[in-house]
Design a protein. Structure first.
Length: 233
């Protein structure tokens, strides 16, 4: 039965017509998105109208981080969650000489990342920048800005983002992740705080350190072991 059907069921003219329709719809979609973005920009409120805690003169809300033995210094996420409930999903904060705008919705964060452009800027960590400059060392992807950052990043991309190269070390990374989960569960029992950890940041540092060494050197240093090795400590 099927052998009697013609091989070319759709005529080339019909195919071209479908392609044109898809192209026109794609163009219309892109145009609508651009118009929508322009409308959002036109209706955007100025920085002065962004809500947020007032704080004190000069130091801003620094005192909020320092009071109660620095409770919020290690729980900044809790403070920002509190601000979000009070001021909305986008708010500003001033801590000493730093002006911050915090977004709490994933879609807003995605919009920011899409608008970064060719040379995203995360703000320099000046002591580290000066240290590298005095020693005439490259700043790399962590400290670099503009063209210098792009150059370092493009070198890394060739090894870290190609599927073929990622396949060479993704298995090792999965082993590190499994060990990290075990480490977290062990810390939850040791800290005995209803599932919370006393120092999550330290655990994340260990995971990061172990991941980097396993990718770059194909070595495990034991940072996530129940009794860490001396070099990992």
């Amino acid at each position: 039965m099927w052998s009697h059907l013609p091989r070319k069921v759709i005529h080339p003219t019909a195919v071209n017509s479908i392609k044109k329709r898809i192209s026109l719809r794609s163009t219309a979609t892109i145009t609508a998105e651009i118009d929508n973005d322009k409308e959002k920009i036109a209706n955007a409120k100025p920085f002065s109208q962004i809500p947020g805690p007032k704080g004190l003169p000069i130091i801003g809300t620094l005192w909020t981080l320092l009071k109660d033995n620095g409770y919020y210094q290690t729980r900044t996420h809790e403070l920002f969650a509190k601000y979000s409930q009070e001021y909305g999903p986008i708010f500003k904060d001033k801590i000493a000489n730093m002006q911050l705008v915090i977004v709490t919705k994933p879609e807003d964060a995605a919009t920011i990342f899409k608008a970064e452009g060719k040379f995203p800027s995360r703000g320099p960590i000046m002591p580290w920048v000066v240290h590298r400059e005095l020693r005439k060392k490259s700043k790399g992807v962590l400290l670099g800005e503009d063209e210098e950052w792009r150059k370092s990043r493009s070198v890394m991309d060739k090894k870290l983002l190609k599927v073929k190269d990622v396949g060479a070390y993704c298995g090792r990374m999965n082993h590190v992740i499994s060990d990290f989960i075990t480490h977290i569960k062990r810390k939850q029992v040791d800290d005995n705080l209803n599932g919370e950890l006393v120092d999550l940041q330290n655990s994340l540092y260990k995971w990061s350190f172990e991941t980097i060494t396993c990718v770059l050197y194909n070595k495990r240093l034991g940072a996530l072991d129940e009794i860490p090795t001396p070099i990992a400590e």
